[in-house]
Design a protein around this ligand. Structure first.
Ligand code: ADP
Ligand code: MG
Length: 244
């Protein structure tokens, strides 16, 4: 089953075209590492999956729902329920505890009864190794802990696909590993994931597939072993020689 499908997708901001003719399918359970230089369009591509950025041409479908450039707000709300996203900044609600942050979406958006939402949230906090911190507020947690709460919060909506945009870039080095560890466990559990990362060793380890972008286009779409050991293009070779 295909979870995310891009067919000839392009995106312009005014005159400036930032995605050009992007086509790829992600089957259920696949983990895609999305890499490329700064400005390549990686964030824009992820943001098109949940339509935080609207594409301007081509077609996108997510979890069986087709999204056209002109679709209505109601369709976007439905789409976003199927897509979890974790950004570089954690954006937790500061006035809610860790468990409160994880419960909020299910209670307010899905209408899950509070007791049931609390039970699910507790299980998710356990999954990300934060059971002991469930009642703490974001301000009392480290950056790595906050990011793990953000992952649990996204998972609470039972997404069909998870998007990660440089989820560890804002973290102190000693906290990077705990977040990458949670992402790896999630990948092993069979979650469909699109992962933008600057951590090349991690991209290679976690990805079933690597999509390498430059200037808004897909330049290589390969198995990690192939891309990282023998990139097919000059641009791939140059990028890796600088990034590794
Ligand atoms: P990456 O995540 O690979 O660094 P981005 O997707 O953030 O790349 O950006 C791709 C290009 O799109 C960049 O040239 C960036 O300046 C441009 N861009 C991104 N967002 C906007 C926006 N809201 N308006 C205009 N240009 C944008
Ligand atoms: Mg980016």
């Amino acid at each position: 089953m295909t979870v995310v499908s891009f067919q000839n997708v392009s995106k312009s901001f005014g005159e400036r075209q930032v995605l050009t003719d992007i086509t790829f399918d992600v089957p259920k359970g696949e983990v895609v590492s999305l890499i490329g230089p700064s400005g390549a369009g990686k964030s824009t591509l992820l943001r098109c999956v949940n339509q935080l950025d609207r594409h301007t041409a081509g077609s996108i479908s997510v979890a069986g729902q087709s999204i056209s450039p002109s679709c209505r707000q109601r369709d976007l709300i439905q789409l976003r329920q199927h897509v979890g996203m974790v950004f570089q900044s954690f954006n937790l609600w500061p006035h809610l505890s860790a468990i409160g942050n994880v419960m909020e979406g299910p209670v307010t958006v899905l209408g899950t009864p509070r007791a049931q939402a609390r039970e699910q949230a507790a299980a998710l906090l356990e999954q990300v190794g934060l059971s002991a911190h469930a009642s703490k507020y974001p301000g009392q947690l480290s950056g790595g802990q906050q990011q793990r709460v953000a992952i649990a919060r996204a998972l609470a909506m039972q997404p069909k696909v998870m998007l990660f945009d440089e989820a560890t870039s804002a973290l102190d080095p000693e906290m990077v590993q705990e977040v990458l560890g949670v992402m790896e466990k999630l990948a092993e559990s069979g979650m469909t994931m699109l992962v933008v990362t600057h951590e090349m060793a991690f991209a290679r380890r976690i990805g079933h597939r690597v999509i390498f972008m430059v200037d808004g286009q897909i330049v290589e779409d390969e198995r990690p072993e192939t891309f990282f050991s023998a990139p097919a293009t000059e641009r791939g070779r140059t990028f890796l020689s600088r990034a590794l």
